[in-house]
Design a protein around this ligand. Structure first.
Ligand code: SF4
Ligand code: SF4
Length: 66
C-alpha cells in the first residue's frame, strides 16, 4: 500500500501531450504508458515518492501532486 502521508503524482490525461518526458525522468520508474492505444500515462502510487520531478518538468503542466 502507498503511504498516505506521501503525495502521489496525478496526470491530467486531457492536458497530457504524450511526450514521454515524465516516464524518462521519473527516478522511481513509477510512470508508464502500458497501453499504446490509450492516451493516459499511469502513475504507480506504490512506487511514487512524491519527489515532484515529473510535475516540474511536464511541458503541458499536466501533473499535480496530491
Ligand atoms: S511529461 Fe506531461 S505531457 Fe509529457 S507525457 Fe508526461 S504528463 Fe504527458
Ligand atoms: S513525483 Fe517523482 S517519483 Fe512520483 S511519478 Fe513524479 S517523478 Fe516519479
Amino acid at each position: 500500500m502507498a503511504d498516505p502521508e506521501v503525495k502521489t503524482a496525478k496526470i491530467d490525461e486531457d492536458a497530457c501531450l504524450e511526450c514521454g518526458m515524465c516516464v524518462a525522468n521519473c527516478p522511481m520508474e513509477a510512470i508508464d504508458n502500458p497501453d499504446d492505444t490509450h492516451t493516459a500515462y499511469w502513475v504507480d502510487a506504490d512506487k511514487c515518492t512524491g519527489c515532484g520531478l515529473c510535475e516540474e518538468n511536464c511541458p503541458a503542466d499536466a501533473i499535480d501532486l496530491y
